[in-house]
Design a protein around this ligand. Structure first.
Ligand code: PSV
Ligand code: MN
Ligand code: MN
Length: 392
């Protein structure tokens, strides 16, 4: 296949409309249970995280929203944070609740056997809905660390019932034009059972709640070898894919840069998305980076991630779908596969560089950011940066 120097008009249009949300916690220091390495210039508060996130958007033109994590990103006046984001050229995206760092939640939150702990966890989510409104956001994202470590530790069934009741109370507070999204994860921090381990469990709870509840798929939250594109197809078919957290995994929930570990998997997922038009804003799927940059520069890591998604989406959009349908009709297995591989192996980088220049963006955002001097500037200014985000 030859290397295209420009993108077909429809592909360029779709790419221009596509956007990715970035996580506030991706700009703070993070690490493993062994060590959190600090980075000079790390944001000291939510405002500085938003300023850094705005750099990702300024250089890529594709990352206009920032997810907040509450209470990590607690501020006195959330409308001031919303206004600050606007001045920086971005807006506030999903609000992520947090019931995994308080001692009270040691044995669960929305699923806890003690009603007073469940009450506290429900109230936290209702508070998150207030934060959501104050920041101009419309979406609350729920990921629970709830689960058990040992068989017999607690009743799996009772916890599901508590979860359903707790979610129903939160859902009652979700207004028109708002939604909650429920994320699943097959293990960690719980090691025997997790209360929302898979897409089926999340979907069942969402179906019971109503149309304002949808599923979050995070690429890092499946057992090795899981066919994630199948799950994407199924959830889109039910109109219940609310959000998609991008990252890469080698072993567990590694939260590495999307497209780094398995670019072909990312391509297969994005092709499924493209086939169902879910990359278009009208689909309502919120695509997000859910990543932590433990070793590398954080803003650079985020920019690289956005570019990885953009490149892979361009390849998925370049698949000759008419030829593919024809090969499928004829049951020509190898030709059908070759059509996909042809798009996957296409080098879209020159055409994307031209596309960006047409939009008034740097042809090479990653290099342009490195040369901008921003990192050196904030490293000098932000003395005493703390470890916001994971471990805060
Ligand atoms: C924990 O596994 C996690 O990475 C989930 O993916 C959430 O989306 C994220 O943290 C933020 O709470
Ligand atoms: Mn996630
Ligand atoms: Mn995760």
């Amino acid at each position: 296949m030859t290397t295209p120097t420009t993108l077909p008009t429809e592909v360029a249009r779709d790419l221009a409309e596509f956007s990715i949300e970035v996580p506030s916690w991706g700009y703070g220091n993070s690490g493993t249970r062994f060590k959190v390495f600090g980075t000079p210039g790390t944001p000291r508060d939510p405002f500085e995280k938003i300023a850094d996130a705005a750099q990702t958007h300024a250089f890529t033109g594709s990352a206009p929203r920032v997810s907040l994590h509450y209470p990590w990103d607690r501020v006195e006046d959330f409308s001031a944070l919303r206004d600050f984001a606007g001045e920086q050229g971005v807006s506030i995206g999903m609000i992520n609740s947090n019931t995994f760092q308080d001692d009270e939640y040691k044995f669960g939150s929305l699923t806890h056997r003690d009603a007073s702990v469940r009450r506290r966890a429900i109230d936290h989510h209702l508070e998150c809905l207030e934060v959501m409104r104050a920041t101009g956001s419309h979406e609350l994202k729920i990921w629970l660390a709830d689960g058990t470590n040992y068989a017999g530790q607690d009743s799996i069934r009772a916890r599901q019932d508590h979860l359903a009741d707790s979610l129903a109370e939160i859902y009652a507070g979700v207004g028109e034009g708002e939604r909650i999204v429920l994320e699943y994860k097959f293990f960690e921090p719980a090691f025997y059972h997790t209360d929302v381990p898979d897409w089926g469990t999340s979907l069942l709870h969402c179906l019971a709640l109503g149309e304002r509840a949808q599923v979050v798929l995070d690429t890092g939250h499946h057992a090795p070898g899981t066919n994630i594109e199948f799950i994407v197809a199924q959830l889109l078919r039910q109109n219940r894919l609310g959000a998609f957290d991008f990252n890469s995994r080698n072993y567990a929930d590694d939260d590495l840069i999307v497209g780094a570990a398995d670019p072909f998997q990312l391509f297969r997922i994005l092709f499924e998305i493209v086939q169902q038009d879910a990359h278009r804003p009208a689909s309502g799927v919120n695509f997000m980076l859910d990543q932590c940059h433990n070793l590398e520069s954080k803003i650079q890591g985020q920019i690289r991630s956005v570019l990885n998604v953009q490149e892979t989406l361009a390849k998925a959009l370049l698949v000759d779908r008419a030829a593919l349908a024809d090969a499928q009709d004829r049951h020509d297995v190898l030709e059908a596969n070759a059509i996909l591989m042809d798009a996957f192996w296409t080098d879209v980088r020159p055409a994307l560089a031209a596309f960006r220049e047409e939009q008034g963006l740097p042809a090479e955002p990653f290099e342009a950011f490195r040369a901008s001097g921003y990192e050196e500037k904030v490293a000098a200014e932000r003395v005493g940066g703390n470890q916001m985000g994971w471990g805060a």
